[in-house]
Design a protein. Structure first.
Length: 630
């Protein structure tokens, strides 16, 4: 005889994360496995197996894994106006009306005109449709309605239906109902309705004429209903997906200063909500990745942070980068876990690794108790590509240094430089001011001074942080650092590259969260344009071909617009336009048709300064002459 192995455990594992509506499927599947295995050898064993299957159907489906969210439409339970997102109106018949009066607290209204007759199934409807990947499990609302008596086989009525036609509520005179709720007071208790245990994709709020005889004209209201507000609970089984995880926080063996975490997150249903980080099991403040213009922020004053005013409040796909200041963490090894949460509360862990935080420490100078010196232990395996080797810097450094607070203790407060003060003044500029323009492939030097504004003394041997950001791009690069000399002066060399904004900042003490002195400068870089025209000697009616290249990087997807210009007297005029590919190459053809006398033309290609998404300040090619004969 075969040994009896209850199939319930495998079924419980298989269905462990499914929703309530599949409990019956769990029981049926369990019994099928039981019979297929021919394990029923006695009435007692059969009873025991079926009992286990019943247990599987009750406890095997763990609803706690399904995300739940609420959408408040038209107005909140307290009567605050809300958008009717996700609701759509329709009607059958000429004199069936629907109107959105939510802005004036009048609700979503539907009505049948009383002065005209209505045919069978004429009516007005408001339909709510759940986002893709979700189902409606509950609705709480406030409604009021009034209907007329009608005639035999023709009755106006109010209905609240599920998408599959199941009636949650209706009101018609043959059903001994002429009204429900209070039409004069939207917040009246008798307006409240609550329906739970649903599993549907849509809801229909409607008034309609039912019956083969139709509904005759009347002198009073025929059928009217209004939904003042609704709070709909949605359930989403699918979890968010995260791919393309990279960045220093995900890959680097040692974490120093500011580090980035980059990834692509996708979710069906209501979208991607926020990022969660735990360090050694201790949760850090969650981070909303994209508030979607304010839509992806929960309703305030609600204890549940998954209550929304919009049907799909958050973006369904996000490619994002989040920066972290590791100087707020203790040095050493930590277990870091990162997870993504969607708008229904479903979480997916996509990073679980051990990280090694290795920030430089501030040590007190025993010769001067009021002054701290910066001690950095060189790491021979680490090379800083942005290191500054200027002779103007009297202090050199071997790796990035951040004077953000390491230990938040007044007793261990460390000054950043000699004469550090909270009223520090930071001034910086290029050779020609705060804005400077250089040709393509050239560097620039930003010089600055740091002093205390109260006594005018220079702040010596202080560390100044420099953050660079590519113009027309929101991303900020990892900071680099420079030290002031004995006169409080410093030099920062901006490397070759696109146009950038340089943000300098200074924190006088280690326990300060924000800098007290800032300075901003902008460097514009002109792009380089090459151009070849062939042939350069031709007759009228022939064509020339322009081939060229726009140098640089970070080209927009649709390329860069290039103006084709010719010299007319003392001015350059535009007579054509080309567009580059993703590598900066462009081609343009022109046929001469109006040159009736020998003439020499001067041409050039110009990139405007205002090309969207292209981080360069425009540029132009050399001038090329073309000889045309009739």
């Amino acid at each position: 005889m075969k040994s009896f192995v209850p199939p319930v455990f495998g079924v419980m594992q298989f269905y462990g994360r499914k929703s309530v509506r599949r409990r019956r499927k769990v029981f049926v599947r369990c019994v099928e496995v039981l019979l297929r295995g021919k394990t029923v050898v006695s009435v007692g064993l059969a009873t025991f197996g079926i009992t286990l299957c019943l247990l599987a159907s009750v406890i095997g489906v763990d609803d706690s894994y399904a995300g739940l969210a609420q959408v408040q439409a038209c107005s909140t339970p307290d009567g605050v106006v809300a958008p009717a997102d996700g609701w759509s109106a329709s009607h059958v018949g000429t004199y069936a009306y629907h109107e959105d009066k939510c802005a004036s607290r009048g609700g979503l209204a539907v009505a049948l005109e009383h002065a005209v007759p209505h045919a069978n199934e004429n009516g007005a409807h408001w339909t709510y449709t759940a986002p893709t990947g979700t189902v409606i499990t509950e609705i709480r609302g406030r409604r009021a309605t009034q209907v007329d008596a009608g005639i035999a086989h023709g009755t106006p009525q109010y209905m609240l239906l599920t998408g599959d036609g199941a009636r949650l509520e209706n009101c018609a005179v043959p059903h001994r109902c002429s009204s429900r709720g209070n039409l004069s007071n939207p917040l009246a208790p008798e307006n409240n309705v609550h329906f739970a245990g649903l599993s549907t994709r849509s809801l229909v709020f409607a008034v309609t004429c039912t019956g083969i005889s139709g509904c005759p004209a009347t002198k009073t209201i025929k059928a009217f209903a209004t939904l003042y507000g609704a709070t709909i609970t949605l359930q989403q089984d699918a979890f968010p997906e995260v791919t393309n995880v990279h960045g220093a926080l995900a890959n680097d063996s040692k974490l120093i200063g500011n580090v980035a975490l980059r990834f692509l997150a996708k979710s069906g249903g209501m979208g991607i909500y926020r990022l969660h980080i735990t360090l050694d099991g201790n949760p850090m403040p969650s981070h909303i990745l994209d508030d979607n213009g304010g839509k992806c922020r929960p309703v305030t004053g609600n204890p549940d942070d998954h209550t929304w005013n919009y049907n799909v409040p958050c973006k369904k796909s996000l490619s994002t980068a989040v920066n972290f200041d590791t100087t707020q963490w203790d040095n050493g090894r930590h277990q870091l876990v990162a997870s993504i949460e969607d708008a229904t509360g479903n979480r997916s862990t996509f990073l679980d690794r051990q990280v090694n935080v290795n920030n430089p420490q501030l040590n007190p100078n025993p010769g001067s108790p009021d002054i701290a010196s910066l001690v950095v232990t060189p790491d021979p395996s680490w090379k800083d590509p942005n290191a500054v080797a200027s002779e103007a810097n009297t202090a050199k450094y071997s790796k990035p240094v951040d004077l953000s607070p390491f230990i938040h203790s007044q007793a261990l407060r460390k000054p950043n430089g000699e004469n550090a003060c909270a009223t520090a003044q930071l001034v910086a500029k290029f050779r020609r001011g705060l804005k400077h323009t250089v040709p393509y492939g050239k560097t620039a030097v930003l010089k600055g001074r740091l002093r205390c504004s109260t006594n005018g003394q220079p702040i010596r041997k202080a560390v100044v942080a420099a953050h660079t950001r590519v113009l027309r791009n929101s991303r900020t690069d990892r900071p680099t650092y420079v030290k002031t000399d004995d006169n409080g002066n410093f030099t920062f060399r901006v490397s070759k590259g696109p146009s950038r904004e340089i943000n300098l900042s200074y924190k006088p003490f280690s326990d300060l969260q924000s800098p007290v002195a800032k300075a901003t400068a902008k460097l514009a870089v002109r792009t380089k344009v090459s151009l070849r025209i062939a042939p350069r000697s031709l007759r009228n009616g022939s064509a020339t071909t322009w081939r060229g290249r726009v140098f640089g990087s970070r080209f927009p997807r649709n390329g860069v617009r290039v103006q084709v210009q010719f010299r007319h007297g003392k001015k350059w005029r535009i007579f054509g336009q080309a567009r580059t590919d993703r590598k900066g190459r462009f081609t343009y053809k022109y046929t001469f048709r109006r040159t009736h006398n020998p003439r020499t033309y001067r041409f050039r290609a110009v990139v405007p300064v205002d090309v969207a998404g292209y981080p360069y300040a425009g540029g132009r090619s050399r001038i090329i002459t073309v000889r045309v004969k009739p």
